[in-house]
Write a protein that binds this ligand. Structure first.
Ligand code: HEM
Length: 396
């Protein structure tokens, strides 16, 4: 089957459709036919109203790949890329080799693989109608805390988010997806992230970041929360209905100085305990923090703590946080190069993410040990039914 023919427009979608229901931990991954039921054979549904990889219970491994369209790319070029990615993603997430896959055996352990595709502001105008750009799809303002290295971890035209419980499968998927469009894009960066290994903690355990904190406790969980906070309703841009907005920030952690703090000081910095992530006014992780509580006249959760500053001031100031740890080789003279690939999904960046980020930039006790070094904003494309291709409502 000729890849050229596919780029030319034939969608030729595979037959992996496994239903549409996706929810936070609600839709269990299904097991591939004829499998032994092992974790490696679990499949996340590819088709549905929303792309997988957002409401999907976070997999153990992730690669975020930022790509730019080559000079002179038009709508036909973007359409070709989206069709190839749709075809490849439908097959790979279903545990089937991509067309002309040179290593088909590497596709046979889907392990809850998801491929999620987003577009940056740069595609609007050259490759998609300019008037279809959502107003929030633009670079974030520069915050005082930022040390963004735009040429290394900056905005790109396209985003591939590939997540799975098996790092070999994830690597193979990224390789297939990127090489099959190599004449049409340039890879700007790859951000590799991880959680605890699959099976090493009880199901539903919130991950720990590399500062040792339980991270991801307060998050929209129900389908209702997702509908009102995360999934685009098409109100501003009808083509985006079922999609979402992603703010991707790469945030470095200063582990050397963080480790100098004693345990209590670390807990006061975040407002939660280290052992189980309970708010300092509670005992269990999911207890509601009491920001008014005082002990001998002193607030139990310091007003400058991360959760006091980040906590929503209105119902709209909420979003889904689905962060991954990164731990890359240290540079010369450094002892660590670790941090968070902070991924926040929502309907409207301006209304939901920005006020919170601005408040944290103005003041947050955690800022002493965290430094944003990368920043990008994407429109995550709506999900599709079998026979359609990702982004069809954007480009046609
Ligand atoms: C909560 C860590 C950056 C927004 C938390 C919690 C931790 C944490 C440990 C408490 C547990 C939880 O609810 O997840 C970090 C670290 C960061 C970081 C280590 C950087 C390296 C950010 C950024 C934002 C943010 C950039 C948004 C602009 C929030 C929100 C909460 C939260 C909204 C929940 C607050 C509430 O209790 O209502 N974070 N965070 N965080 N964080 Fe962060």
């Amino acid at each position: 089957f000729s890849r050229r023919r596919l780029l030319g427009g034939a969608a030729g979608l595979g037959a992996v459709g496994v239903g549409a229901g996706i929810g936070w931990g609600a839709a269990e991954a299904v097991t591939a036919n004829g499998s032994d039921g092992s974790a490696g054979q679990q499949i996340e549904p590819f088709y549905g109203p929303h792309q997988a990889g957002i409401a999907t219970a976070a997999q153990a491994h992730a690669q975020f790949v930022g790509l730019d369209l080559v000079e002179g790319s038009d709508s036909a070029a973007l359409t070709g890329i989206l069709k190839v990615w749709t075809e490849d993603a439908a097959r790979l997430t279903g545990g089937r080799a991509a067309l002309a896959d040179t290593e088909p055996e590497l596709a046979h352990i889907p392990s809850r693989l998801t491929v999620t595709v987003g577009v940056g502001a740069g595609v609007f105008g050259p490759a998609a109608p300019a008037q279809r750009r959502p107003t929030w799809l633009r670079p974030l303002p520069a915050f005082s805390i930022d040390r963004i290295n735009e040429s290394v971890w900056g905005q790109t035209d396209l985003l591939l988010q590939v997540c799975g419980d098996d790092p070999t499968t994830v690597a193979h998927a990224v390789r297939v997806l990127t090489k099959n469009v190599r004449s049409r894009v340039r890879i700007a960066w790859v951000q590799r992230g991880f959680h605890h290994a699959r099976g090493s903690t009880p199901k539903g355990t919130t991950m720990r970041n590399l500062m040792g904190q339980v991270d991801g406790t307060v998050n929209p969980r129900s389908d209702l929360d997702f509908d009102s906070l995360v999934w685009d309703d098409g109100g501003q841009q009808p083509w985006l209905a079922g999609g979402t907005a992603l703010v991707l920030r790469r945030i470095a952690m200063q582990l050397d100085t963080w480790e100098e703090l004693d345990r209590h000081a670390r807990e006061l910095t975040v407002g939660r305990t280290i052992p189980n992530g309970a708010p300092l006014t509670g005992t269990d992780e999911h207890d509601t923090p009491d920001f008014e509580a005082t002990r001998m006249g002193i607030p139990v959760i310091p007003p400058s703590s991360h959760i006091a500053r980040a906590h929503q001031r209105s119902a709209r100031e909420q979003f889904l946080r689905r962060a991954y740890n990164y731990d890359d080789p240290p540079g010369p003279g450094e002892t660590s190069n670790s941090g968070l690939i902070f991924a926040a999904y929502q309907q409207d960046v301006d209304a939901q993410f920005l006020p919170v980020q601005q408040r944290l930039a103005d003041h947050d006790a955690l800022n002493e040990w965290t430094v944003p070094i990368g920043s990008a904003v994407y429109a995550i494309l709506p999900g599709i039914a079998e026979g359609d291709f990702l982004g069809s409502t954007l480009v046609s």
